[in-house]
Design a protein around this ligand. Structure first.
Ligand SMILES: *[C@@H]1O[C@H](CO)[C@@H](O)[C@H](O)[C@H]1NC(C)=O
Ligand SMILES: *[C@@H]1O[C@H](CO)[C@@H](O)[C@H](O)[C@H]1NC(C)=O
Length: 260
């Protein structure tokens, strides 16, 4: 093993001239929220050569270049959703401000050496831009009075987001999988390129039901729970079933987003 490592060092030592330029690592954040900024780095090793240029592309369109021989060395082109902050950018990094939903794409850095080698190397990474819902989903239709045996007719509507959040109903902690109980209204466009999803629930009314709606975008989840209770305490009154709707949990849970 040790012998193999020594051998590698020796070989690399001899091949140094041939290896020249290589990109050691590129770092493009894979998940960003709209409005945030992002730092993309491109780490390279010139191995004795001289840097000619570092160029950055979003979906094959160049937006930034760094050429040490030019004064100033930095140049940028504004693309839709790609705003470069020159002060925070350099030969090894590019800083993007005010990300929008249009900032998503494949970001590539391309590094070239000067003559005589003209070697170049490139690497790329995908950045997705999300707009996570700012509020929990809304449940509607539960406010009306239900009699036992009625069919519940409620909706769960997400807050504005991108992409459209996935919605899920739970009754008393059980995920509703019966397709005939669910009404998929799909996603509707909202201002600023965002989307709102709605899912309906039609289920037989029980004496007490805990309804929960979960809106998820990746690992980010927000939820809303309401409890529907049937009032069966007063049998002699004609209206012996007064449905009392109690909002027990107006709080929404926020489970932090994992950005890796
Ligand atoms: C649920 O949402 C759909 C689509 O927006 C609407 O047509 C329907 O009336 C809503 N139902 C209730 C009970 O709010
Ligand atoms: C149930 O209904 C009766 C008569 O309508 C009423 O007096 C009682 O307060 C109700 N109970 C609850 C828990 O709302």
């Amino acid at each position: 093993m040790i012998r193999a490592v020594i051998f590698c060092f020796l070989v690399l030592g001899f091949l140094k001239v041939a290896i020249c330029l290589r990109i050691v690592g590129i770092s493009v954040p894979s998940l960003k929220q709209r409005g945030e900024s992002a730092t993309l780095t491109c780490d390279y090793s010139l191995e004795g050569g001289r840097l000619y240029s570092v160029k950055w592309y979003r979906d094959n369109e160049e937006f930034y270049r760094y050429m040490p021989r030019l004064r100033p060395p930095q140049h940028h082109h504004t693309l839709d959703g790609v705003k470069v902050d020159l002060e925070k950018s350099s030969a090894r990094r590019v800083h993007l401000r005010d990300l929008t939903l249009r900032s998503r794409g494949v970001y590539r850095c391309e590094v070239s050496e000067e003559a005589p080698s003209f070697h170049s190397a490139q690497a790329e990474g995908l950045m997705e831009v999300y707009y996570l819902p700012r509020e929990g989903p809304r449940i509607s239709g539960h406010e009306r009075r239900y009699e036992l045996g009625d069919s519940l007719d409620v909706n769960c509507t997400s807050a504005r987001a991108f992409p459209a959040p996935d919605l899920q109903w739970l009754i008393d902690g059980q995920k509703v999988t019966d397709r005939s109980w669910l009404i998929a209204y799909g996603a509707k466009p909202a201002p600023q390129g965002l989307l709102v999803s709605t899912i309906g629930l039609r289920a037989p009314v029980r004496q007490r039901m805990k309804l929960r709606c979960i809106a998820s975008t990746g690992t980010h989840r927000r939820e809303k729970t309401v409890v529907i209770e049937a009032n069966t305490s007063c049998r002699h009154k004609p209206l012996n079933l007064i449905i009392v709707v109690i909002l027990i949990l107006t709080s929404t849970k926020y489970i932090s987003v994992k950005i890796t």
